[in-house]
Design a protein around this ligand. Structure first.
Ligand code: NDP
Length: 480
């Protein structure tokens, strides 16, 4: 039995109340470990450790702070196989994906912000009449970072790295269903000698420890990635406390596929955008709008690819489609397929849970699913499913495609597939999403602003945006 501990003040510690939660491997449906069910008293310990560490960490020369982050990145790279295996066991994602995307990106996050902090500059504004303003950007203090289960170490470090780089001490909570790589990050911090208390990692439920982190008076900012309803609850909690809050929430991302696209490459990339990580990436395409002249051809090609996508044990090197993260999540996704059928949807392929043999008999597996014939107002076109379930709709012109794409409460990411330059730019300008990819998907430059509008979130992460979030700006006006 793998029993995880909290990481507080540089040491692994059991939860104060000695309460634990089972940790289940999604590919087998079996309990394989336990995690602390932490609460208020664990948060108190973490805040005390962060408070003690803060003055020295804030005053540390930038170069030295950056050296710690680089050392963490290098240690992640050195332990890549171990971390990738842990991620796959916890999350159900194919091991090749964990090794090629999730874990390398966690290392990149630390490297990127190690460099970004040395390039982070502030403004000065000279005034007529012998006066000058300059802006100080000072660390916020103790900050909370709360992340979801879909890209566990990748998103956890996407928050922690800029928070540390900006000179804050961090109290971080991974999802209770994918705690393992976050727990291993503590060992990495110990190995590189990160000063005690600079990063504290607490495990447990959102309702208990997540909320306790958010509510603590000394935690001055919260960076949260997760579901829209959780984001709304946290926003409500924090508004009267006037804490800084960054929210990266759900999505219902449209893909606009035009007849003039490069068919083969578009098919390949749209398929990946739909089903990567079992469709459990906030940026995955979930509504495919296809221009009518190629609708049938594109649909048939997608069906063929979906049927060829074999669901298998995610620990196999050949696996391209693993398990959904939990039984509850599988049930939720299946309930959307049932809802689609009741709203007149036609399941073109998939739609069923799969039972594998051997060690994965009890795992949470689902076929890649394509559905057509649903109105844009149907639940499957409006609500986030967050699984391998994609809807298809034809359109006849650019305006119709744009209207359908924008008919959503979400606004995270959109993709446009066309060789018509003016159309691509026109759509990019008018799509109500924080990110638009043209003829590509998930091509990420960590300097760019990342985030969504409307129900997809508040604020942006990445590059200078993250450094700004994790600092307070103070204007100083000098008359000379
Ligand atoms: P949840 O909102 O359920 O949880 C996210 C994190 O918040 C978890 O660590 C969770 O803990 C914690 N949490 C839950 N309730 C509270 C609370 N009241 N106070 C403080 N913390 C709380 O999301 P999921 O983990 O289910 O992740 C999937 C969602 O994340 C999807 O909607 C997806 O779109 C979104 N997402 C958004 C991204 C973006 O960048 N916009 C990127 C990736 C995912 P616990 O695990 O114990 O519930």
């Amino acid at each position: 039995m793998d029993i995880i501990a909290n990481f507080i003040d540089g040491q692994y510690q059991a939860p104060c109340q000695q309460q634990y939660i089972d940790n289940i491997e999604p590919a087998t449906g079996q309990v394989y470990g336990q995690i602390p069910d932490s609460g208020d008293d664990d948060v108190e310990l973490a805040v005390a450790a962060a408070r003690k560490a803060l003055p020295a960490w804030q005053l540390m020369p930038l170069e030295q702070r950056a050296d710690y982050l680089i050392a963490i990145a290098q240690e992640i790279e050195r332990r890549i196989d171990e971390l990738a295996t842990a991620e796959t066991i916890d999350n159900g994602k194919p091991i090749s994906l964990a090794r090629e995307v999730d874990i390398p990106r966690a290392a990149s996050n630390f490297k990127f912000f190690a460099h970004a902090c040395s390039q982070f500059a502030s403004e000065s504004h000279a005034m007529a009449g012998n006066a000058i303003n300059y802006t100080l950007r000072q660390p916020v203090g103790i900050v909370g970072c709360i992340s979801p289960w879909n890209l566990p170490l990748y998103l956890f470090t996407w928050k922690i790295a800029p928070a540390l780089a900006a000179g804050n001490c961090v109290i971080a909570k991974p999802s209770e269903v994918t705690p393992k790589t976050a727990a291993l990050l503590g060992e990495i911090c110990q190995k590189v000698g990160l000063p005690n208390g600079v990063l504290n990692i607490l495990h447990g439920t959102g309702a208990m420890v997540g909320q306790a982190i958010c509510q603590h008076e000394e935690v001055k900012a919260i960076s949260f990635t997760g579901g829209t309803s959780t984001g709304a609850a946290i926003a409500q909690l924090l508004a009267p406390k006037f804490k800084k809050l960054s929210l990266e929430l759900g999505g219902k991302n449209p893909a606009l596929i035009f007849a003039d696209c490069d068919f083969d490459s578009t098919l390949e990339q749209v398929f990946r955008a739909s089903f990567a990580n079992q469709g459990q990436i906030c940026l995955c395409a979930s509504r495919l709008y296809i221009e009518r002249p190629i609708y049938e051809k594109f649909k048939q090609a997608l069906i063929a690819k979906a049927q060829a996508l074999q669901v298998s044990d995610p620990l196999l090197e050949t696996s391209k489609m693993g398990a959904l993260v939990s039984k509850a999540h599988l049930q939720k996704v299946l309930s959307y397929i049932a809802a689609a059928k009741s709203e007149g949807g036609v399941v073109l392929t998939g739609g069923e849970q799969i039972q594998l043999s051997g060690r994965c008999q009890q795992g949470y597996f689902l076929q890649a699913t394509l559905i057509e014939n649903l109105a844009n107002s149907a639940r499957c076109n409006q609500e986030e499913i967050f699984g391998p379930v994609i809807t298809l709709q034809p359109f006849d012109n650019d305006q119709e495609a744009l209207t359908l794409a924008n008919d959503s409460q979400y606004g995270l990411a959109a993709t446009v597939w066309t060789n018509h330059l003016a159309r691509a730019h026109q759509l990019a300008e008018n799509l109500n999403t924080g990110i638009v990819w043209i003829n590509c998907w998930l091509l990420r430059d960590l300097r760019t602003p990342f985030g969504g509008m409307n129900h997809s979130g508040l604020g942006r992460e990445g590059g200078v945006e993250a450094m700004r979030f994790f600092t307070e700006s103070k204007n100083v006006c000098v008359k000379y």
